[in-house]
Design a protein around this ligand. Structure first.
Ligand SMILES: *Cc1c(COP(=O)(O)O)cnc(C)c1O
Length: 401
């Protein structure tokens, strides 16, 4: 049994991290969710339905693709890409949304609420609600709505109601607060479909389990292609769901390095980045105890990243434990490195990565040339770049690229 499994069985704790820091009114709802999830996990019909939707609707298994030209141009380790970008709705997020959607249905809840930052989790949630015939309300900061107009339109087209949040900085953190408020009020009819390995127990463990399929497939695929395990798995870390999904089945394989890449933004000063392990300290944010970017008074710091999906002040509690035990390593990539990596991947492989995923590609581009040719790197390509064309066209001077 892996360390992480041992840890996670202690009442939603990962070492000292995780737990359940919520108003009393939500404790019964979280208990109900925990019970329902445990029952679903033990029920073969739940898994059969989820597996069939992951296959026929979302497009699993995703390919593990040998990036031959990228590898050749870097002149070091062999690079494989786990193609989560090919999934329906364009990212890994659909894995979790399908899982929680089916669970909500099983619990007899007909109304789904969710938070969204850039809109990607909102779109995946609205998609699953349309598929399952459920009512959908998505909370989104007004600043984010302005920046991500197209995703607001997508959600509405899919039949979801998008509620603008005008408090605080009008971004993701404020949208989560508003969703929690809704949940407290409507908990009997409503499931809160949280979008990453964050929040109170059982969310971090449950969302991780819905993404474990990434490493389950990748582990088998690399064995088939190379007859051995990779040197390292590299994944970007916002809340941490695609990374923990890509890492999890490799945790017991002590020779496989697990490398999480945070947003280095435009500098190391507080407020200029979202690298929680470089400047953050343990604290509680939105239901869970983990590393948090905060000032000397414990006020949550502002964050910055060119990629909205990595732009959050805290990180999933299981990553905090993997960090402290040293089982996983966490580095950061700057905005500039991510933008450069986007162009490099586009031009060597014909693949436009999401700006979040481009952070993992940037670390791979840095690391691969330092390793021998028979080493293997697996990069989790969490999503595709179509959503980022507006930002890319503003940020990149293609003549010079
Ligand atoms: C949302 C998102 C992320 C960040 O979320 P995690 O929970 O850290 O995975 C990363 N990549 C893409 C493409 C996303 O849409």
């Amino acid at each position: 049994m892996s360390t992480a499994e041992t840890i996670s069985q202690v009442a939603g704790r990962f070492g000292p991290y995780g737990g359940r820091y919520v108003p009393e009114t939500l404790v019964a709802a979280l208990d109900e969710l925990e019970r329902a999830y445990a029952e679903a996990q033990a029920d073969p019909t739940f898994h059969a339905r989820l597996d069939s939707l992951l296959r026929d609707y979302a497009g699993r298994p995703t390919p593990l693709y040998f990036a031959e030209r990228l590898t050749g141009s870097l002149g070091g380790a062999k690079i494989y890409l786990k193609r989560e970008d090919l999934l329906h709705t364009g990212a890994h997020k659909i894995n979790n949304c399908l899982g929680q959607g089916l669970l909500a249905q099983r619990m007899g809840k007909h109304r789904i609420i969710a938070e969204t930052g850039a809109g990607q989790h909102g779109v995946a949630t609205a998609t699953v609600c349309a598929l399952l015939g459920m009512e959908c309300v998505v909370y989104m900061g007004e600043e984010d709505m302005r920046r991500q107009e197209l995703n607001v339109y997508r959600m509405r087209l899919l039949g979801a109601e998008v509620r603008g949040v005008s408090s605080g900085s009008k971004t993701l953190k404020d949208a989560i607060n508003e969703a929690m408020r809704d949940w407290v009020t409507n908990v009997r009819t409503t499931h809160y479909l949280l979008g990453s390995v964050l929040g109170a127990h059982p969310y971090p463990a449950m969302v991780r389990d819905f993404h474990r399929v990434i490493s389950r497939e990748a582990r088998q695929q690399i064995q088939e292609k190379e007859g051995r395990l990779p040197t390292a798995i590299i994944a970007c870390v916002g809340g941490g769901s695609n990374a923990i999904g890509a890492f999890y089945e490799f945790i017991p394989d002590k020779n496989v390095r697990l490398i999480g890449v945070e947003a280095g933004g435009r500098g190391t000063k507080l407020g200029e980045h979202a690298a929680r392990f470089q400047g953050g300290a343990p604290g509680v944010l939105q239901g869970t105890y983990s590393y948090v970017l905060q000032d000397d008074n414990g006020q949550i710091a502002l964050t910055h990243s060119v990629s909205a999906g990595l732009d959050y002040a805290s990180i999933g509690p299981e990553h905090a434990a993997l960090h402290d035990t040293g089982r996983a390593e966490y580095v950061s990539a700057t905005d500039e490195a991510a933008l450069d990596a986007t162009v490099k991947l586009a031009r060597t492989e014909g693949i436009l990565p999401a700006l979040e995923s481009a952070h993992a590609v940037a670390e791979c581009i840095r690391l691969a040339p330092t390793l021998p040719r028979h080493d293997i790197l697996v990069v989790n390509l969490s999503g595709r770049g179509d959503k980022d064309m507006g930002i890319l066209s503003r940020e990149l001077n293609l003549k010079g690229a």
